[in-house]
Each structure stands twice: as C-alpha cells, then as structure tokens.
Design a protein around this ligand. Structure first.
Ligand SMILES: NC(=O)c1ccc[n+]([C@@H]2O[C@H](COP(=O)([O-])OP(=O)(O)OC[C@H]3O[C@@H](n4cnc5c(N)ncnc54)[C@H](OP(=O)(O)O)[C@@H]3O)[C@@H](O)[C@H]2O)c1
Length: 265
C-alpha cells in the first residue's frame, strides 16, 4: 500500500475527481476526510469507501471560509496526530463559452478569485499541521486551460494559470518544512459528466454555441490529443495516489500533464 497509515483531507471530496481520488487514497491505506458543502453527497462517498474496507469521515464546510477550514484541519490533526495529504479538488461553476466582447468583469473574475482563494485557504490550513510533522503533500488540480489557445475560457484559463503558479511558489515556500506541493493537470474527463460534475454546466454554453452536445464537444477535444482520447477518473485517481506517496518524493513544484498529449511539455 502506498499510503498506509496516512491522513488525507480531500477538499471537494464528494466531487467526481475528489471522490475518485479519496477512494484511491483509502485503497492505498490512508484515512480520508472528505470536505464539501452537501452532507448527503459526502456521506454517499464515505459509505462506499467504508464498504470497501477503508476509513472515511466527512465534514460540511465552505472552503472559502478560511476560519472554518482552519478549524477543520486542526480537528483532523488533533484526531489523527497530523495531516499528510491535502488534495484541493473543489470545483466552482463559472461562465464559459462567452467571447471577450460579451464577458462581464464579474464573470471573468469569478473563477480567478474563487480558485485562487481555495488554493490559498486549503494549502494554508493543512500545511500548518504538516509543518509540525516535517512532511506532507499539498495537491491542486488545474486543466490545460491556460496553455490551450482557445475562445471562451479566459477566466477559467487564468484561474488554471493562478493554480499552477501558486503550486510552484508554495513548493518553494513549504520545501524547508518538508512539504511537497504539486498540481495535477488533467484534460476534460467525459466520465465526470456522469458523476454530477459542475463541468457539464460549465461546458454547456460552448456546446450550445457550437450546436452540439457536451459529449460531442468532448469527443472533438479527444480527437485533438495525441492519444485520441481523454483521461478517466481512475487514471487521475491513480496519479493522485502516486503523487501523494513517497514514490514521488523527488517531485515538488510539478504540474503533472494528464492531457493525453493535448499539450506537450
Ligand atoms: N471534470 C473535469 O472534466 C475536470 C478535468 C480537469 C480538471 N478539473 C478540475 O478538477 C476540479 C474538480 O472537478 P470535478 O469535475 O471533480 O468537480 P465536481 O464533480 O463538480 O466536484 C466539485 C466538488 O467541490 C465541492 N465544492 C464546491 N464548492 C465548494 C465550496 N465552496 N466549499 C467546499 N466544497 C465545495 C463540491 O461539493 P458541494 O457542491 O456539495 O460543496 C464537490 O465535492 C475542478 O477544479 C475542475 O476544474 C475537472
């Protein structure tokens, strides 16, 4: 097991990516603490992890509430003796598919501000308790959005650039405390649509403008990759577990390209 005896907080743990990653962390031996705003969704995920022999607990909180996130991290650390892994897999619905001339400043800023705050708040809350142990892994999620030239995702593309930039800067800041900071960069995941991801709402206006379904739009994206497909939730979860583990101990400040070759580094 890659994560035996470790404690992981998964912010957005009831989401498509957060849920899959939490299950993978639990399979690898970590005790997982799922965070989100909707108790029912969190409990469904936790029950499935427990049914498969894992350990999972849930907490309802808004990650944009800094004080609530700090109290939660403190409670987890007190209960388990420390935090080893903090995955920020929170997703915020936002406007996509609107060209610059029609985009309001507020709609542009919404993803930039909310994703930046989530990275800041979750990293700050969890890393405090990692620092006490002298080890830990902070993990964020972005997409290729800041590096794929395209129309209609200016705000979210900027949010991805912010998440990746903050990952690099936090890696430098937290390295002296033994903490690694990494970011996974998956391309769009068709399977997430079937798990209730906010991504359907985000992609719908662009699909409408193009006169196709979201699934057809993602099929087009798949054809633009070297591998002619998009990543699966299982693949993202496997990489999250690997990156959280000691096997990736030489990696920090890294943005892990999971775009199936839509981008080459
Ligand atoms: N889906 C994709 O194709 C894809 C691909 C690459 C990267 N990503 C990125 O990966 C991340 C997760 O995406 P996803 O598809 O897994 O999203 P998702 O299924 O919609 O899950 C989002 C999670 O965040 C939680 N959440 C939202 N706002 C919150 C808040 N203020 N406080 C606490 N929890 C909150 C949601 O639960 P509640 O609403 O109950 O709080 C849910 O657990 C996003 O950053 C997304 O951009 C997604």
């Amino acid at each position: 097991m890659l994560l035996r005896g470790q404690t992981a907080i998964v912010y957005g743990g009831s989401g498509a990516i957060g849920g899959a990653a939490a299950a993978a962390f639990a399979r690898e031996g970590a005790k997982v603490f799922l965070v989100g705003r909707t108790l029912q969704k969190l409990e469904a995920g936790a029950q499935e992890i427990v049914r498969q022999g894992g350990v999972a607990k849930v907490a309802v909180l808004d990650v944009l509430d800094e004080r609530a996130a700090e109290h939660h991290a403190q409670a987890v650390a007190r209960e388990t003796g420390g935090i080893d892994i903090a995955l920020n897999a929170v997703g915020f619905p936002h406007i996509q598919g609107t060209p610059l001339a029609e985009l309001s400043l507020a709609d542009f800023m919404l993803p930039v501000e909310s994703y930046a705050k989530a990275v800041f708040i979750t990293a700050k809350a969890a890393s405090r308790f990692m620092a006490q142990k002298g080890s830990g892994v902070v993990m964020n999620i972005s997409t290729p959005g800041s590096r794929l030239p395209g129309i209609g995702y200016l705000g979210y593309g900027a949010a991805c650039a912010v998440t990746e930039g903050m990952t690099r800067l936090l890696a430098a800041e937290l390295a002296p405390r033994g903490i690694r900071v990494v970011c996974l960069q998956p391309h769009a995941i068709p399977e997430a649509l079937t798990k209730g991801s906010h991504s359907r709402q985000v992609f719908q206006p662009a699909a409408d403008r193009a006169g196709m379904t979201v699934e057809e739009m993602l099929q087009g994206a798949a054809e633009g990759t070297l591998l002619k497909r998009l990543p699966t939730l299982g693949e993202v979860a496997d990489v999250a577990a690997f990156m959280a583990s000691d096997r990736a101990r030489a990696m920090t400040g890294a943005v892990v390209n999971m775009t199936c070759g839509a981008l080459v580094d």
